[in-house]
Write a protein that binds this ligand. Structure first.
Ligand SMILES: NC(=O)c1ccc[n+]([C@@H]2O[C@H](COP(=O)([O-])OP(=O)(O)OC[C@H]3O[C@@H](n4cnc5c(N)ncnc54)[C@H](OP(=O)(O)O)[C@@H]3O)[C@@H](O)[C@H]2O)c1
Length: 249
């Protein structure tokens, strides 16, 4: 069986769609919109102003959108519920919303730990649990009940000195995805762990030109993620590690 040429009527939810890698995934989906006729994209981030311009771009390309200016750290379940209420199902979840705090190990405060883990760990867990529970009762389409892609990091598999809380949260996301794959495989739900290396996004703050030249562009990560959605339903890409050609930063 060949991979279908067209994936029609896909409902996509992208968290962290306002900036950086999440935004690049939306742009990559729009670039490939001929493969996804009648695609609908729900855009989530906290800043509504970031979402409206992107929603306009999508609508101008003939793609229906929903903007969900909601905080993953406060109410992750409502993000999924909003899409279900509007469109009935989620075929593809791209989870890119994430935060970091960086510094010497001895200097982190309890607030730093709570800030990072509420979004990256607790928010991610509840978002993925709600999405999984919705997907598992959906009728399969193109041989799958759904596809979930989470941008973890190379920091989910290797230590970075000034990233104790961030690494902890990313290792936790990786652990969650590895456990989820067991029930997900039985339900024909794909789970992709995207281990991205350094890509130049607003998360990094100001970056000098020398370092920027060593980093990837968000589209370097987003393109292969969308391509992984398109492979035949008998197979699954489980881990996608993409890093700058010169190595980690
Ligand atoms: N850039 C890299 O080099 C890199 C490398 C490896 C992994 N990653 C991971 O990739 C993901 C995206 O990173 P990025 O570089 O694209 O970051 P970014 O440029 O800071 O963008 C993050 C996006 O997530 C949204 N967001 C953050 N917290 C949120 C929350 N609590 N609820 C809803 N939306 C939230 C932000 O919008 P608002 O602030 O408006 O909510 C923004 O739209 C993160 O999980 C990050 O850890 C990034």
């Amino acid at each position: 069986m060949k991979s279908p040429a067209l994936f029609e009527d896909m409902n996509v939810l992208v968290t962290g769609a306002g900036k950086g890698l999440g935004r690049a995934v939306v742009e990559a989906l729009l670039d490939r919109r001929e493969r996804f006729p009648r695609m609908r994209i729900a855009l989530n981030a906290r800043s509504e102003s970031d979402l409206t311009g992107l929603a306009d771009l999508a609508r101008n390309s003939g793609v229906e959108t929903l903007t969900l200016p909601m905080d993953l750290a406060r109410d992750p379940v409502s993000i999924v519920e909003s899409v279900r209420k509007s469109w009935g199902r989620i075929d593809i979840l791209i989870h890119s919303a994430g935060v970091g705090r960086f510094g010497d190990f001895g200097t982190y405060t309890r607030e730093d730990v709570e800030f990072v883990t509420r979004t990256n760990v607790e928010g991610t867990f509840l978002l993925l649990q709600e999405t999984f529970n919705l997907m598992k009762v959906q009728e399969p389409r193109y041989g799958l009940r759904g596809q979930i892609q989470v941008i973890t990091s190379v920091a989910a598999e290797k230590p970075f000195e000034h990233s104790a809380v961030y690494c902890m949260s990313k290792f936790a996301q990786r652990g969650l995805l590895e456990v989820m794959r067991i029930p997900a495989a039985k339900e024909r739900i794909r789970i992709l762990d995207v281990r991205s290396g350094a890509a130049f996004t607003p998360m990094w703050g100001p970056v000098d030109p020398g370092m920027q030249a060593r980093m990837m562009k968000p589209s370097d990560v987003a393109g292969p993620m969308v391509d992984a959605l398109l492979i035949d339903a008998r197979a699954t890409v489980e881990t996608l590690t993409i890093r700058p050609i010169g190595g980690d930063i």
